[in-house]
Each structure stands twice: as C-alpha cells, then as structure tokens.
Write a protein that binds this ligand. Structure first.
Ligand code: 13P
Ligand code: SF4
Length: 356
C-alpha cells in the first residue's frame, strides 16, 4: 500500500525531533510503510538482542507484536520505556498458551509422576508469564533461529531420560526435535489444554520425550504440500523455502527451512535467475520479491495472507506514538511487573547465553 505522503512527512519530522531519545525496532513482518522508519530490522532473536544492546535510548518504539515488546521491556533497563504503537497487535499463537493452563499441565505432569524429568522450553512467541514459568522451573526461551541449540541444551538438563515440554508452537517443537535432533514422531505427544490431563494417559506421558503444546501459527499453518506439488510441477528447479512454524509435512517437502533472518540471507545469497517459493508472512515475501527483481520469487499460497496482528501497526499508529513522544506523552507503554520480569529474564538470559 502506498504511504500517505503527509503521514510520512510527520513520521520523519517526529523522528528527527526525538533524535537519539528514540530507537525504533521493526520485525520483518511489518508493513513497508512502517519498516522504512526502523533503526533496526530483524527476526525475534535479533530484535531481542538489539533491544538489550541499546541502553542510551529513553524510548523504544517496537514495531512488532505484544510478546516482542514485553521481551524488549524485560531485557532493557528501568529507565527505558517500551512502546507498542497498537495495543491490539497480539499473536494468536501466544494466546494459545495461558499461564493458568500451563500451571495446570505442570501439576498434571507431577501427578503422572514425570514432572521431575521435564524441562520446559518456550518459544519467544509467548507471554511474559509463560517465560517466567520457564525461568522458575529450570527452562529456557528459544526463537526459530536457535530452537535446535535450546532444545539440545534442555535435553541435557535431567540426564538421559529428560523430557521437554515445548510451548506453545507444536510445529516448531516437532520440526526441531525430529528434523534437527533425531527424535522420532513416536517420541512426540501433543498436550491439548482443552482436555483433562491434556488428553494423554500416564503411559503415553511416561514414554514421550517431547510434549508439544497444542498451539500453532494461523499464518504459517495455512501452507500445504498440495501447493508445493503444484508449484513444483509448474516451475522448473523451484526452491521451496519455509519457516519452521509450518506443518511438519510442509517442512519435510521443502528444500530449506529457517527463521525470517535465515530466509532473507538465503534469498540474498541465491543466484540470479533462480526460482523460490517462500512460506512465510506476505509482507516479507513481497519485500524480498521487490528487492530481488533478478530472482523469481513467489508466495507459497494461492491466497493473500498477512499476519493480521503484525499489520495492526500501520503508519497512522506509528505517527501517533511518535508525535505523542514529541509532546512528552508516553502512550501504549508495555511494562512487565517486576516479579514476572525477574523470572522471565532468567529464561531469556539462558537463551542469550546459549552457544552459537
Ligand atoms: P522469527 O522472527 O523468529 O523468524 O519468527 C517469526 C514469527 O512468527 C514472529 O512472530
Ligand atoms: Fe503470531 Fe504467527 Fe503472527 Fe508470528 S506470524 S505474530 S506467530 S500469528
């Protein structure tokens, strides 16, 4: 969508006036009209690290979704204020694991006699309360770019019989455990928070190595093997590149899999004339196609599918947040309470300290 020139001028003016006082972070799934004002763009992992590394800025305007802004608040000092331009920018996957449900599951694992062997690992795409749960129970946070290292770390924490409870994305958990760490599909069970005891018997829990929370991304869940087959039949030498939030069968049928940062690096390194079908959010795929006219880049879906909550951050909201700051008013501050923050930081710090 073309940016309104008046709003662009206002955003530029506000950014100029605020100078070093403001630092704008933009996730790769943000709209072009917003991403043009980001001081740094990145995947979830890079943005968390960059937020932590910017002690000078008084305000961090986070163009992304709620769980990312929470993580930025946890990782920054108390004198820094994190702002999310639209409070409705949540994440449907993160909402699939609520802390009360996870505490209940944890108690059920104790009742089944397996809790002592379980290490909780949460995907970054989760609330601060879930990260705090992992922090106080010996667990760790991971992102799509370090899930393999994080799971590997987790499996070493309780000896050879360690089990991992992976929250909240069953697909990232399964794809990483099976395709990167060599566990089998039979080692994985799915915990359904809407069923008593997760819908699992004590025998199933005793046997399982990976307990996958029944959550998924509504955007990445749409990609299918059907479309992959279709495109491969039409486009010679097609490379299929997908995000690990995609369903297991889709990842199995792809040629390359990785985080948004990996997807960008792969396309940048691709030879001119090569063909790519990309299975991730559409703003990023369109941006890559525009930036690489010498490569044949297509979307791995027949329909248009943006992440509707990422798209909530639009230029009007961005301008509103920035102009408010110019007026000395902090709107939409994301502030995690101190107890949650301290516990969540333990799990986030364990992630930042992982090798690699
Ligand atoms: P990454 O930025 O870690 O690749 O995650 C993608 C995503 O879905 C963020 O919401
Ligand atoms: Fe959440 Fe999926 Fe949107 Fe990422 S793309 S913010 S995981 S709904």
């Amino acid at each position: 969508s073309a940016s309104d020139p008046d709003l662009v001028a206002r955003a530029e003016a506000a950014k100029e006036k605020l100078g070093d006082k403001v630092f704008v972070l933009g996730h790769h799934y943000q709209r072009d009209e917003v991403i043009q004002f980001a001081d740094v763009t990145g995947d979830s992992f890079k943005l968390a690290r960059d937020a932590a590394a910017r002690p000078a800025a008084e305000y961090i305007v986070f163009c992304g979704v709620h769980f990312m802004a929470e993580s930025a608040d946890i990782l920054t000092g108390p004198q820094q204020q994190v702002i999310l331009p639209d409070m409705a920018a949540g994440c449907s996957m993160a909402d699939m694991a609520r802390i009360a449900q996870v505490e209940k599951a944890w108690d059920a694992l104790a009742a089944a006699g397996v809790q002592d062997l379980v290490v909780p690992v949460t995907y970054m795409n989760s609330s601060a309360a879930i990260k705090a749960f992992c922090g106080r129970n010996g667990g760790v946070v991971c992102t799509s770019s370090n899930a393999e290292v994080a799971l590997d770390w987790a499996f070493q924490q309780k000896g050879v019989d360690t089990k991992v409870l992976f929250l909240p994305d069953q697909h990232l958990g399964r794809n990483t455990a099976v395709l990167k760490l060599g566990y089998s599909l039979d080692d994985c069970v799915v915990w359904n928070p809407h069923k008593p005891d997760g819908g699992l018997t004590p025998e199933e829990l005793a046997k399982a190595r990976v307990i996958l929370w029944k959550g998924h991304c509504s955007v990445h869940g749409r990609f299918t093997v059907d479309v992959i087959d279709d495109l491969r039949a039409k486009v010679p030498d097609l490379n299929v590149l997908v995000h690990p939030e995609c369903q297991h069968e889709v990842v199995l049928n792809a040629d390359f899999v990785g985080s948004t940062e990996y997807i960008i690096n792969t396309i940048e390194a691709a030879p001119p004339g090569s063909s790519w079908a990309i299975g991730t959010e559409l703003n990023l795929v369109q941006r890559l196609a525009n930036a690489h006219p010498d490569k044949n880049i297509m979307f791995l879906d027949r329909n248009v599918c943006y992440c509707s909550t990422m798209n909530r951050i639009d230029l009007p909201h961005f301008v509103w947040a920035m102009e408010s700051l110019v007026d000395g008013v902090v709107v939409n501050r994301i502030e995690v309470d101190p107890k949650t923050e301290a516990e969540a930081l333990v799990a986030l710090q364990r992630m930042l300290d992982l090798p690699g």
